[in-house]
Write a protein that binds this ligand. Structure first.
Ligand code: AMP
Length: 412
């Protein structure tokens, strides 16, 4: 017997009900972002591997362990995109968008790929919606983007979400801080867990995430990056916070917020759902004022976020779409011709119409009308019966014009 074929590990088939919810979410995203002047934009699903190595950072987990990398027939190394920002910056430079009026505001939606261990809410192919504003370091852009993601989560029904917020300052501030933290931890090495001690040289920030009670006690008094920001970075962050406060959006300052990408400067943030388990991050992002230059472009500040569609949908209730539906039942041989014409007319009015197309008995057809949640069923026999599926009332009309009028009536 031949082997049963299955979708690759960590991927998912988006089945009809879920696909409908995704489309709805995409419409919400287009509306929320469109109103703030963000334009839809798309980049390829694969890019030169070097873009991510340089953009995301050689030492990150994403680049070290999680990329789907392959060679094309000419031996070039390509990678399925693990995130959106690096590619959008590449496109910004490639198309000379720095010559446009700034900031350039873009959003995109599509599949992303990371070779992670699959679990609930974590896939190897997942979908992100992503918004970016390039060409200005105005703190109102940071606040605007955070508020737009909050609105998207809220309107998707995935709230309440916890917002964690911090500023990373500049790479220099961060390097000096990491050194200070390392010195602090080395002086207390005996109280730390073995794991934290081992990683001390590599990444002392990890110590903030430790479950180990001794380490946690040490971390309570550890120096915080937020207290070490240079005056202009601290002022930028204060302005972001003031705008969020004014908008009434609650957040938690979290000095330990580390995001898995190297390119962030200043503002970083993450939204977490209270309804999800271990993989609770709905979306996050931050400012990346050095990335465009890093990728060979002119010095260009930028800020943006990405949110996971599968996670947002996992965190939101499954609501029926509420669309009006009409079913046309065929009660005599040859009724299809009239049904077909009637369906086209009603569909032309924006009504969702399905016709009997599987040769069922009349009883079976009425069952099918129920199954699809029809509001109205038209039964085409010698006359046309209009059945209101909610009240069960049925009346007869003489011709298609009257049937159309009756449908409009029942849907009112
Ligand atoms: P990141 O840029 O890594 O913060 O990703 C942004 C958002 O994408 C996260 O908050 C998640 O909602 C989603 N996401 C990231 N990785 C995955 C994954 N492997 N599977 C599903 N969603 C993911």
């Amino acid at each position: 017997m031949s082997r049963k074929l299955q979708a690759p590990r960590g991927t998912l088939d988006v089945q009809p009900g879920d696909a409908r919810r995704r489309l709805r979410l995409q419409r919400i995203a287009a509306e929320v972002l469109g109103r703030a002047g963000y334009e839809p934009f798309e980049t390829p699903v694969f890019e030169d591997t070097e873009l991510f190595a340089r953009g995301v950072g050689e030492s990150t987990d994403i680049v070290q362990k999680e990329m789907f990398t392959f060679e094309d027939k000419a031996g070039r190394s390509l990678t399925l995109r693990p995130e959106a920002t690096a590619a959008i910056c590449r496109a910004y430079v490639e198309h000379g968008m720095h010559k446009l009026a700034q900031p350039v505001k873009l959003w995109t939606w599509g599949p992303f790929f990371r070779h992670e261990a699959p679990q609930a809410g974590r896939f190897r192919q997942f979908t992100q919606v992503d918004a970016e504003a390039l060409g200005s370091d105005d703190p109102s852009l940071d606040a605007e983007l955070i508020l737009l993601l909050a609105e998207l989560i809220e309107r998707a029904g995935a709230g309440p979400a916890r917002l964690r917020l911090a500023s990373l300052g500049t790479p220099e501030t961060r390097a000096a801080y990491v050194e200070e933290l390392g010195t602090y931890l080395r002086a207390r090495e005996g109280e730390l867990s073995g794991e934290v001690r081992e990683r001390l040289e590599q990444n002392p920030l990890r110590a903030f995430d430790a479950d180990h009670p001794g380490t946690q006690a040490v971390m309570r008094d550890a120096p915080r990056l937020l207290d070490r920001l240079a005056p202009e970075d601290a002022a930028h962050f204060a302005e972001v916070r003031a705008l969020l406060d004014q908008a009434g959006l609650a957040y938690e300052l979290d000095s330990t917020l580390v995001r898995g990408l190297d390119y962030y400067t200043r503002t970083v943030f993450e939204f977490e759902s209270e309804r999800l388990g271990a993989q609770a991050a709905l979306g996050g992002g931050g400012r990346y004022d050095l990335l465009v230059e890093e990728l060979g472009g002119p010095s260009t500040p930028g800020v943006g976020w990405a949110a996971g569609i599968e996670r947002i949908l996992l965190a939101s209730p499954d609501e029926p779409d509420g669309d009006a539906r009409v079913f046309i039942a065929l009660a005599k041989p040859g009724a299809m011709t009239a049904a077909f014409g009637l369906a086209r007319r009603l569909r032309g009015e924006g009504i969702r119409v399905e016709i009997e197309q599987a040769g069922r008995s009349l009883k079976g057809q009425l069952k099918q009308a129920d199954r699809i949640g029809a509001h109205t069923t038209l039964i085409l026999g010698d006359a046309i019966d209009v059945k209101d599926m909610r009240s069960g009332e049925q009346r007869q009309v003489a011709d298609p014009d009257e049937a159309v009028a009756a449908v409009r009536e029942t849907l009112r």
